[in-house]
Design a protein around this ligand. Structure first.
Ligand code: C2E
Ligand code: MG
Ligand code: MG
Length: 651
């Protein structure tokens, strides 16, 4: 309802209220008049013993006058009349303050009596009249009371009562109550309107605050700080006052979430924020720069060493072990510093340089800190572009899966396909998964991408003949997220794809960190009927212990060993050992990256089971898979016909 509508409603309610109050006042006045009249008539009957006689025409003695007069002077009773039973006036007092009773013997029915009688035997009439010719209009109530003698009605007593004061009092009260109701009714919507406006403003403030402040750390968000920096550039001479922006990125927090849960990760980030606050101690402005990364802004950094020392303190503090809920956890911090003037004169330029500086530091592996260096940053520029491309592709679901066939090395029959992810970016062109997958891990998007790849692979593979497998690569971070098993389950269920036709490929690197967590999930996957392959075998950490510990079903020999066949004499011996080892453990052995027929025949001779490589087929688009499957089916048929023929000839 609009404000105007509400006001209208209030006015109607107020008018109705006023009407009710006026009626109530009238009723009250009548009731009061009746009570007064009956009291007074009782008094009169008690003191005017000859009242029944008067109704019959008896004269009035002098004593009653002395009794009655004082009760009328200054009282409510203005006048009274006595009628006989038929309504003939027998006695009438004077109007006014004193009651000089006059006896009258009229032979007609008095009109006042008739009016009063019409109201009922004890009716009360309210009227406005002037008493004693005064200017003031009085409010008079006329009450008619019966006069009885020995239980028989012998006449009537009409008492006129001055109700002016009461009427004024009641009208005043009515007006005041009505005004109060009006004020209340008006105040309610005004208060409601005010309250709604205030709540809205409060909500808006909360929303604004939420959009400006990071809920986890309480620090301002990046955009707020960047605005502040730009403001600083606008108001001060950048050449005279140098400022510094430090970006501190914490890595390892996402892995903590996977191992110990998101709650622990949040506590780690909070603890890191508290440490930064302590170190900065009001000397600089702090903001968050995204998930587990912070910005520290020094608006006066005439000596760049100040910024360096601050970055060092923060990096060391954030890389130190922390005790969170009784558990020791550690992260790595990399910090990059950008200085105004040399590195840029806008907040965005400083931000970009600080990001590039962090990337350069990160490439050195260990926790560290450093200034932005344009030379080192050249490399990092591509990484930043890939980060952007990966983030965009994830949001817009722009990835694609290609499928590379895997063949039985002895029969040449198609065994299945390996799903290989593809990213095409307008600016960067085709980006290799070997390059963008680690970046996707770094920026925390690998789980989303991985879940999509699982679902897409099952969606495509469910349309193939039932004996063909699909293999999906998993990255180490997917095991740390805690959602891998449910992602796999969802992919199978969504596509009605049988688990025994799914294979997951992991690399030796996956087994390095927290192998217990990985092992637990691998066992669940294996129990679901999913095959687990060890990919790129031989390139990793050369510890064979995990081969016994983990529930693998397949070993994929890295293509570097296959390549080496062409160059090194010892390569064949190494490959023979690997195949033997795999078979010894009951695993199927696949050779990856077969590029020529010499490699193929050597591996066949060595007893390898499956083959994959450009010689046989390159990764193909989904649209081309049907042709590959059909070709393989036809090849299989003609081979079988040939085999049958040669058997017959031999016989
Ligand atoms: P990978 O799992 O070892 O996949 C085999 C890689 O070798 C593929 O490279 C494939 O195109 C390439 N390859 C196959 N045959 C030959 C050959 O005869 N010669 C040569 N030179 N290369 C051959 P790609 O597609 O660039 O993938 C690179 C790596 O990226 C993969 O190695 C895998 O570790 C990773 N990757 C690919 N797709 C995914 C994915 O969906 N998720 C994850 N986490 N990683 C993926
Ligand atoms: Mg693979
Ligand atoms: Mg491989």
């Amino acid at each position: 309802m609009t404000g105007l509508g509400l006001l209208g409603l209030c006015a109607v309610i107020a008018a109705f209220g006023y009407l009710l109050m006026t009626m109530a006042t009238r009723n009250l006045l009548e009731a009061e008049a009746r009570i007064d009249a009956s009291r007074w008539s009782a008094y009169l009957k008690a003191n005017l013993k000859d009242l029944p006689e008067i109704t019959e025409g008896a004269a009035l003695g002098s004593t009653p006058r002395m009794t009655i007069d004082p009760t009328m002077t200054g009282g409510h009773v203005i006048s009274f009349k006595v009628y006989d039973a038929r309504g003939f006036l027998k006695l009438q007092s004077n109007e006014g303050t004193s009651a000089n009773l006059i006896g009258r013997h009229i032979t007609q029915v008095d009109p006042g009596f008739a009016g009063a009688l019409a109201e009922g035997s004890s009716g009360t009439l309210l009227s406005e009249t002037r008493i004693g010719g005064q200017e003031q209009v009085n409010f008079v109530a006329s009450s008619l009371m019966p006069i009885e003698s020995n239980g028989i009605r012998v006449g009537w007593l009409l008492v006129n009562l001055d109700q002016t004061e009461r009427q004024q009092l009641f009208t005043r009260i009515t007006a005041q109550v009505s005004a109060a109701i009006c004020i209340l009714l008006l105040a309610a919507p005004i208060f409601g309107f005010w309250y709604r406006t205030r709540s809205k403003a409060e909500m808006q403030r909360t929303i604004d605050d939420m959009s400006k402040r990071d809920y986890l750390t309480g620090f301002a968000k990046k955009s707020v700080l960047l605005e502040k920096i730009d403001g600083h550039f606008r108001t001060t001479d950048a050449s005279s006052e140098r400022c510094a922006l430090i970006l501190c990125e914490l890595s390892g927090a996402a892995a903590i979430a996977g191992t110990h849960g998101q709650h622990t990760e949040e506590l780690v980030i909070r603890a890191a924020a508290a440490r930064i606050s302590d170190i900065v101690a009001g000397r600089a402005t702090i903001a968050t720069a995204g998930h587990a990364s912070f910005l520290v802004y020094l608006d006066k950094a005439s000596d760049p060493m100040m910024a360096l020392s601050l970055a060092k303190d923060i990096t060391l503090a954030l890389s130190a072990e922390t005790l969170i809920e009784g558990r020791k956890v550690s992260c790595r911090c990399h910090s990059g510093i950008a200085l105004s003037g040399s590195d840029g004169n806008t907040a965005n330029q400083l931000m970009r340089c600080a990001e590039l500086a962090v990337l350069s530091v990160r490439e050195q592996g260990e926790p560290g800190y450093g200034f932005y260096d344009p030379e080192q940053a050249k490399n990092s520029n591509r990484r930043i572009a890939i980060k952007r491309a990966v983030a965009e592709a994830t949001e817009q679901r722009r990835f694609r899966l290609d499928f590379q066939p895997v063949y039985n090395i002895r029969t040449g029959e198609l065994n299945g396909f390996e799903a290989l992810i593809r990213l095409h970016d307008e600016e960067l062109g085709q980006v290799s998964p070997a390059e963008f997958i680690p970046i996707a891990e770094e920026i925390g998007l690998i789980n989303q991408i991985g879940a999509w790849a699982l679902d897409e692979a099952c969606r495509v593979a469910v349309q193939w003949p039932a004996h063909l497998m699909v293999a999906v690569n998993l990255s180490p971070s997917q095991f740390m997220s805690g959602t891998l098993v449910s992602d796999v389950r969802r992919a199978l269920e969504n596509n009605q794809y049988p688990s025994y036709r799914l294979e997951v490929e992991i690399t030796e690197g996956t087994l390095m960190n927290d192998s217990e967590v990985v092992l637990r999930q691998l066992r669940i996957l294996r129990d679901m009927g999913i095959a687990v392959a060890l990919d790129d075998f031989g390139t990793g950490y050369s510890s064979l212990g995990y081969l016994w510990k983990f529930p693998f079903s397949k070993l994929k020999i890295d293509r570097s060993f296959i390549n080496a066949l062409d160059e090194s004499a010892s390569a064949k011996g190494i490959l023979r050992s690997i195949v033997k080892l795999g078979h010894g453990l009951g695993l199927t052995v696949t050779a990856e990256g077969i590029e020529n027929s010499r490699q193929l025949s050597t591996l066949r001779d060595l007893g390898c089971d499956l083959a994959q490589g450009y010689l046989l087929d390159r990764p193909a688009r989904v649209a081309d898979l049907a042709a590959i499957i059909l070709r393989n089916f036809a090849n299989g048929l003609s081979r079988r016909v040939r085999e049958q023929d040669s058997k017959k000839t031999a016989a």
